[in-house]
Design a protein around this ligand. Structure first.
Ligand code: PGA
Length: 256
């Protein structure tokens, strides 16, 4: 399986800044066949960047979209509008869940809409700090994974990726808040067990599972060597060109 390095730019970079960054990133990156590099700029930047990107080197992701294809939904953008523009879409990110009130029902429809429109959803799941403190991590992973995938059948699952992002480890600068490789290994093992229950072992092992939460070039190697982890979802560090390039370099070394 390839290693996936996905940069989530969140609400950062103007269209112009995004274009300059992409230009520099394309120049800095060799064509790694076994590392799939993906960037998720703001929705506004997707169209211009889609004309600029070299899809042999890198792919585009949306950070979010709405699950209906068209209609009276002021302010929304559909997966059908993104079709052909992006290869991936982040779905169910914790910032969407907890700041914008997305629930498992909406997320399951978004996952299905992405698959229907030939866009690979990166389904984000993970427990909050208090859920972790109450010992609910395994239940949360199960609920969010089964909920998110409940409209995805045997044919659709081959188009899906899962990202385990413990909410308490996102955007963390304190060492105490970093997820340990052991914790991640346990969560990823559970994710594969659930996928196996849902789709069988053969299919489950082919679903890429990423880790995200304060990933940087210093910890990327440790996270990428956790058993069952196939890539990284990188927020803050993906905004710094040298950091992101280094993380991709680490992925290349771990892979070979
Ligand atoms: P972070 O963000 O790397 O800044 O913690 C990761 C994410 O939210 O996807």
């Amino acid at each position: 399986m390839k290693t996936y390095i996905v940069g989530n730019w969140k609400l950062n970079f103007s269209v112009g800044e995004a274009s300059i960054y992409l230009h520099k990133l394309l120049k800095a990156l060799p064509n790694y066949r076994d590392v799939e590099v993906v960037v998720a700029p703001s929705t506004l930047a997707l169209q211009p960047l889609s004309l600029q990107i070299d899809r042999h080197k890198m792919k585009l992701a949306a950070q979010n979209a709405f699950y209906r294809d068209y209609g009276a939904f002021t302010g929304e953008i559909s997966f059908s509008q993104l079709r052909g523009l992006v290869d991936y879409a982040i779905v169910g990110h914790s910032e969407r869940r907890y700041i914008f009130g997305e629930n498992d029902k909406m997320i399951q429809k978004k996952v299905a809409a992405a698959v229907r429109n030939k866009i690979t959803p990166i389904l984000c799941i993970g427990e909050t700090e208090s859920e972790r403190a109450f010992g609910e991590t395994r239940d949360v992973i199960r609920d969010q994974l089964m909920g998110g995938l409940s409209e995805v059948g045997d044919d659709g699952i081959s188009k899906v990726m899962v990202a385990y992002e413990p909410v308490w480890a996102i955007s963390s600068t304190k060492a105490a808040k970093l997820a340990s490789p052991d914790e991640i290994a346990e969560a990823v093992k559970l994710i594969r067990e659930i996928l196996t229950e849902m789709y069988g072992a053969k299919v489950a092992e082919k679903v890429p599972v990423l880790f995200g939460g304060s990933v940087n070039s210093s910890n990327a190697g440790a996270y990428l060597t956790v058993p069952g982890v196939n890539g990284l979802l990188v927020g803050g560090a993906s905004l710094i060109l040298s950091e992101f390039v280094d993380i991709i370099g680490v992925a290349k070394r771990v892979e070979s």
